[in-house]
Design a protein around this ligand. Structure first.
Ligand SMILES: O=C(O)[C@H]1O[C@H](OP(=O)(O)OP(=O)(O)OC[C@H]2O[C@@H](n3ccc(=O)[nH]c3=O)[C@H](O)[C@@H]2O)[C@H](O)[C@@H](O)[C@@H]1O
Length: 392
């Protein structure tokens, strides 16, 4: 009898360490920020994979992480209906699984490495765009489970690109790269043309490899490619492994938090970017993605190959992040300050977003103070802390 862990996680090595306290009887929610923008494309959102998503939140302890099977006339009909191109106006929602379902958007639970499933989906629907957000994410976990990064971020990406290049019509592909590709780059703020040949972690190296691999599919097959370098995304429904999330949990539970400090005791800093701003960047990328030129694996002309930074352009030091959380939670953190271990972390990130601003008007509007307030409000309500006195 497979253990609950096996039930919850796929066959791939990509086991993301989920805090089981979050798991127990939590409804499976695949979550994205909601947006009022209308999707005018038959969009294939690859938000499920053998490992965790950038915006993955909680998995129901009772349900299977992957649906047992797919296919058949009824299933194909559901996929087709769900991918119908709607006329403009109205609301298309990227949010929780149940909400997606209530808007007639079918969520197909499957493994990014399942080439048969992806081929079937493209056989059933002529997708015009793919928004590929699935990955084994996380800088530090790569040292514990390196194969899961290769499996999802390299093999999984190639599986998707192979299906995309053979599709007719070929979709335009927008996918999640990472600010971590800048690695040990010291020129700030980071611009897309800066050095990215010194990744500091295996995770960053697989994202950099993804940029090179997608370039070959653009060059050989005419796939339109847009890579988005996300800068430390945070917000409601986020990832429990990330600092802002795990710090909130520990502060509320009275447990200590570990704050890494760089060389010469310098504070680390990140260009934290709120999820709603990231979603606007994703939508802007889809709107302007340009068409793939090939079909059935044959290139018929040059197709766009683009890379954009999606950041907030104002890095904040990690200790300041903790100060803001303490203010919103009205609880003092138990700080344990240690020198940054050699775990692939970089001292700072800082995005130059002028390219995305020029190309599709990307403009982040949520500062960290405001974004963390929204996150804390969501966290307290989702985990039922609301009845605590004195907490907002
Ligand atoms: O920008 C990105 O592309 C990356 O952003 C995050 O990576 P990271 O910035 O390391 O985010 P956190 O893990 O939340 O760490 C934020 C900061 O807190 C620090 N930290 C983290 C954990 C901890 O226990 N203590 C601590 O001080 C980290 O060194 C870092 O400076 C995501 O985890 C990556 O998946 C993503 O690719």
């Amino acid at each position: 009898m497979p253990s609950l862990e096996d039930e919850l996680f796929p066959s791939t090595p990509g086991k993301f360490k989920v805090d089981r306290a979050h798991n127990m009887n939590r409804q499976f929610h695949r979550c994205f920020a909601s947006t009022s923008t209308m999707f005018l494309w038959a969009l294939f959102l690859i938000a499920l994979t053998a490992s965790y998503l950038s915006f993955q939140s909680f998995v129901d302890s009772g349900s299977r992480y992957f649906s047992a099977s797919w296919g058949g006339i009824q299933w194909e009909k559901q996929v087709r209906n769900s991918a119908q191109i709607h006329r403009s106006g109205g609301m298309s929602v990227l949010a929780r699984k149940s909400l997606l379902n209530s808007h007639g958007i079918l969520v197909v639970e499957g493994d990014l490495n399942d080439a048969k499933l992806l081929a079937k989906l493209f056989d059933v629907v002529a997708f015009t765009h793919v928004m590929h957000l699935a990955a084994q994410a996380g800088v530090r976990y790569a040292m514990e489970n390196p194969n899961s990064y290769v499996h999802s971020n390299i093999a999984g990406l190639v599986t998707l690109l192979e299906i995309g290049k053979s599709a007719n019509p070929q979709p335009a592909v927008v996918w999640a790269s990472s600010s971590s590709v800048y690695g040990l780059n010291e020129k700030v703020p980071f611009s897309e043309a800066d050095r990215t040949d010194q990744p500091a972690s295996l995770y960053a190296a697989t994202k950099k490899a993804g940029e090179e691999i997608t370039h070959t599919y653009n060059h050989i097959y005419g796939l339109s490619i847009t890579g988005l370098r996300f800068f430390t995304v945070y917000g409601p429904w986020g990832r429990p492994d990330m600092a802002y999330f795990s710090f909130t949990r520990n502060i509320l539970q009275g447990k200590p938090i570990t704050i890494y400090r760089g060389k010469n005791r310098v504070d680390l800093a990140r260009d934290f970017t709120y999820i709603d701003d990231i979603v606007k960047g994703c939508l802007g990328s889809l709107d302007t993605s340009g068409k793939s030129t090939g079909s059935g694996g044959k290139k018929k002309g040059n197709a766009p190959y683009r890379i954009f930074n999606l950041g907030n352009t104002s890095p904040v030091k990690v200790p300041e992040l903790v100060n803001i959380l303490e203010r919103h939670l009205k609880v003092k953190a138990k700080r344990n300050i240690v020198d940054m271990p050699g775990n692939g972390d970089v001292p700072f990130t800082h995005a130059n977003i002028s390219l995305a601003q020029r190309e599709f008007g990307y403009k982040p509007t949520t500062d960290l103070q405001t974004g963390l307030k929204k996150f804390v409000r969501w966290y307290l309500s989702y985990y039922g802390y609301n009845n605590r006195k004195g907490l907002q």
